[in-house]
Design a protein around this ligand. Sequence first.
Ligand code: NAD
Length: 228
Amino acid sequence: MEQLRVALVGTKGRMGRAIAAAAAKDHPSLTIAAGLERGSTLEPVLDNCDVVIDFSVADATEAICTACAARQKPLVLGTTGHDATQRESITLAAKRIPIVFAANFSAGVNALFALTRRAAELLGSEFDVDVIEMHHRTKKDAPSGTAKRLVEILAGVCGNDRPVSTQSIRAGDIVGEHTVLLAGPGERLELTHRAASRETFSVGALRAARWVVDQPPGLYDMEDVLGL
Ligand code: NAD
């Protein structure tokens, strides 16, 4: 596809602004064709867009999924903090359109996912596992979507033998920090990722947008986009 036209939901937010800046800087062949905020409707702009990127609020997800599925538009979903009903609307829509739904679009965090899986496999059940996350004081959900994904990965390896606890800190303007702590007798391993700016998420979201337009319907994550 020559010029990828993006409808960006949450355009005035921190991530919306970071994505617009990344699109202008690094992706001359990608254009933000429409920017949407609370109160605007997606349907009228969809015919002139190839893909929707959403970084807004979990309450908006059901309507976005319904609109994208009805018009057959691929979706990159970065919003976090969904309840079970909202997650179900994502699963349903993914039967009709391709959706990349990722708790974290940074390449480094997706490497952290893979390393966490491997460390848990190597260290066995004698190690206690904790996930510690820090974000800026205005982040709405806790624990973060990334912390929940780390817990899912650890539960996938350890089953219910080792309950994983999470600690959330909300302070200042921290962009995002996640540590997986594996503590055993006489030693501990810490895997930490620190995001220094939102650029890492926005570049990843644009990469996901380019990738998702060529996929069949289904629910994908950033590990699929990166081929991890
Ligand atoms: P933010 O509060 O700065 O921005 C959210 C924007 O969405 C605001 O401009 C708000 O007015 C707008 N909005 C609210 N309701 C809306 C609606 N119904 N329709 C359209 N727009 C609406 O938040 P942020 O820091 O940009 O984060 C947005 C979301 O992205 C959060 O859920 C956050 O956790 C998530 N996030 C995900 C990643 C990732 O890599 N997946 C990275 C950072 C943030």
